[in-house]
Design a protein around this ligand. Structure first.
Ligand code: KIV
Ligand code: ZN
Length: 381
C-alpha cells in the first residue's frame, strides 16, 4: 500500500533565512501561487511578528492561494501568536507553527529556561494558538540533540494541548540517517499520542545529509516532510523539495510513499525561486541543475540517442525540463552530426569527418565550441 505524505514547503520562511534574501510581499505571493500549482500541501509564508514586511508577506500569501494551508512561524509568545493569527486571517486554511528548543545547550545557553518551564511554555502556547486556528504545529527545536525522553514528554503535552502536527527537526544538520530514523522511532515509542497527529521531519544540510535524513525520517513513520525549493535555507540550507519528491517518485516501490506534487511544475518553481531570490543553483545540482539532464561524453550521448533509459532515471519532460547533449571535448560523432542536422546542416562522408576533426581540435583547446566556430572555418576552407 502507498502512503500519502504531506509536503510542507518552507521556502518563504526557512528558505528566506538564507543570507541576502528578502522577498517583498508581492514576490512571496508570486512564489506561493507557483507552489500551489506545484501541489504542495502547506506553505510556510514567513514569521509574521519578525518585521512589518514579513507580516504583510504572510498576509499576501494567505490572500494569494486557495488550496494549500498557509502557516506562520511563532515563538511561544502571545504577541507572536496574535500577529500570526492576524496575518493568517484571510487564509482558507491556516496553521500556527510554534517552536521551542528542547536540547540542553539551547535551554541552558540560549533560552536560559529550566526543562519544566519549556514543558509549560509548550503546553500554554499550543493551547493559546488553538483558540485562533484549527491547525497548530509544534516544533521541538534542536530535537536531535535533545534527550528523546524529554522530547517525548514535550510532544505529549503539546498533543494534549491541541497540537495537530509535531515536528522533530534536525536543526543543526548533525544526524546521520540511521540515527535520525532511530530517534523518530524512539520518540514515537515513548509518546504513543503521536499516532493521532501528523508527525513531521525538518532537516538541515550542514553535512549534506538533509535529503537522506528526511527520507530516513519518513521511512521511520513520519507523515510530513518540510523542505524548500532548490534546498535554500539557513546556513547550508534545508532538504531540497525536488530531491525528496523525486526520490519518493522514482523509488516508489522501495518507499511505498507518495506526495501530491505535480512534478512537471518543478522546473518552473526552481526557476522562479532562483530569479526572485538571486540564489542560482549550481550546475550539477540534482534534478534542477543545468547539467542534471546534460550528457557530454560521446559514449553517453550515443547511448542517449539510442535509448534515454541508458543514462537517465527520470524523464526531464515530466519535470518541465529538457535533456541536452552539449558539445564538448568528450562528445562523439553521433551527437555532433545530430547537432548539425538540428541546425539545418546536413553532412555525411568526408564533409562530416572534416567538420568533426575541426570540432575536436577546437574543443581540445579548452574553448567552449559552438557550431558557428566550426563552420566558419570549414565553410571558408
Ligand atoms: O530548523 C529548525 O529547527 C526550524 C524550526 C523553527 C522548525 O527551522
Ligand atoms: Zn529549519
Amino acid at each position: 500500500m502507498t502512503r500519502r505524505i504531506t509536503i510542507f514547503d518552507t521556502t518563504l520562511r526557512d528558505g528566506e533565512q538564507s543570507p541576502g534574501i528578502a522577498l517583498r510581499p508581492d514576490e512571496k505571493a508570486e512564489i506561493a501561487r507557483q507552489l500551489e500549482r506545484l501541489g504542495v500541501d502547506v506553505i510556510e509564508a514567513g514569521f509574521a511578528v519578525s518585521s512589518p514586511g514579513d507580516f504583510e508577506g504572510v498576509k499576501a500569501v494567505a490572500a494569494a492561494v486557495e488550496r494549500p494551508t498557509v502557516a506562520s512561524l511563532c515563538r511561544t509568545r502571545k504577541e507572536d501568536i496574535d500577529a500570526a493569527a492576524e496575518a493568517l486571517a484571510g487564509a482558507r486554511r491556516s496553521r500556527i507553527h510554534i517552536f521551542l528548543a528542547t536540547s540542553p545547550v539551547h535551554m541552558e545557553k540560549k533560552l536560559r529556561m529550566e526543562p519544566e518551564e519549556v514543558v509549560e511554555q509548550a503546553r500554554w502556547s499550543v493551547g493559546y494558538a488553538r483558540a485562533s486556528v484549527d491547525q497548530v504545529e509544534f516544533s521541538c527545536e534542536d530535537a536531535t540533540r535533545s534527550d528523546p525522553h524529554f522530547v517525548a514528554r514535550v510532544c505529549c503535552e503539546a498533543v494534549r494541548a491541541g497540537a495537530t502536527t509535531i515536528n522533530l527537526p534536525d536543526t543543526v544538520g548533525y544526524c546521520l540517517p540511521s540515527e535520525y530514523a532511530e530517534f523518530i522511532l524512539e520518540v514515537r515509542r515513548l509518546c504513543p499520542e503521536l499516532g493521532s497527529v501528523t508527525l513531521s521531519v525538518h532537516c538541515h544540510n550542514d553535512l549534506g545529509l538533509a535529503v537522506a535524513n528526511t527520507l530516513a525520517g519518513l521511512q521511520a513513520g513520519a507523515t510530513q516532510a518540510e523542505c524548500t525549493v532548490n534546498g535554500i535555507g539557513e546556513r547550508a540550507g534545508n532538504a531540497a523539495l525536488e530531491e525528496v519528491v523525486m526520490a519518493l517518485e522514482v523509488r516508489r516501490s522501495s518507499f511505498g510513499l507518495k506526495t501530491g506534487v505535480v512534478t512537471r511544475e518543478i522546473g518552473a518553481a526552481s526557476r522562479l525561486v532562483q530569479q526572485l531570490t538571486g540564489y542560482a543553483v549550481q550546475p550539477n545540482k540534482a534534478i534542477v541543475g543545468a547539467n542534471a539532464f546534460a550528457h557530454e561524453a560521446g559514449i553517453h550521448q550515443d547511448g542517449m540517442l539510442k535509448d534515454a533509459e541508458t543514462y537517465q532515471i527520470m524523464d526531464p519532460a515530466q519535470l518541465g525540463l529538457v535533456m541536452t547533449l552539449p558539445l564538448g571535448k568528450h562528445s562523439g560523432r553521433h551527437a555532433f552530426a545530430r547537432a548539425c542536422a538540428e541546425a539545418g546542416i546536413q553532412l555525411d562522408g568526408e564533409a562530416l569527418a572534416k567538420a568533426f576533426r575541426r570540432f575536436k581540435q577546437l574543443a581540445d583547446s579548452g574553448k567552449n565550441v559552438t557550431l558557428s566556430d566550426v563552420f566558419e572555418e570549414v565553410v571558408l576552407a
